[in-house]
Design a protein around this ligand. Sequence first.
Ligand code: OAD
Length: 234
Amino acid sequence: MATKYRSLVILTGAGISAESGLGTFRDKDGLWSKYDLRDVATPEGFARNPGLVHDFYNARRQNLIAAQPNAAHAALALLEREWRGDFLLVTQNVDDLHERSGSAKLLHMHGELLKIRCENCGDIRPCHQAIDLATACSACGIPGYLRPDVVWFGEMPMGMERIERALDACDLFVSIGTSGNVYPAAGFVAEARRRRAHTVELNLEPSESHSLFAEARYGPASEIVPAYVQELLA
Ligand code: OAD
């Protein structure tokens, strides 16, 4: 590896999984054009209508189980294997396509769709099947308290201390397939710039925060991410 950079933070969003058949949120036909996020992605929505929220995540879980990682996920796993410095892949995605490709230095800041959490006893465990209000927690045995282990709007993203430490130390920050609409992730590029890191956007089109990046490549993730990784490792 001949790169001049020593400490890399990568942020991914729904765009990296789009070619795997998982919908994005804000593109035309995205999830937020079909659902009101206040109904399915807030604690208030879950309190109002937990059945609707379970149905929404049950359907997304089934889609995810049928989906396969694409060349962009594979390229980031290769980059992690070859990288000699500090490395952290932060994903806003709740899918498991990064880990299925072999990524390990990975942080799911918005949680994981294939995990379920009990709001009664705090137990968190893998979940590949549909759940509903009658499903009992495997740990405490009480039904009605299970929820997807994902972060909803108004809740604290996961792993922020580790992310802040990595951003503080990074000299290269690469953002992939995210529209730059949702904070705190949308603010990472500004934090990286304050640390004088080189900043790169890889996206289908310029994101909301494109002007903050020093460098950009536009096109489908399955093409531009492998090409960029080859350049970094050349
Ligand atoms: P968005 O749907 O907001 O943005 C997806 C981005 O991916 C857009 O900028 C697209 O242009 C780009 N894109 C689409 N197809 C692509 C492709 N084939 N290759 C490369 N880029 C492509 O999704 P996110 O930015 O991930 O949070 O959304 C951030 C958060 O908002 C999500 O984690 C979720 C959502 O509400 C919560 O639910 C808490």
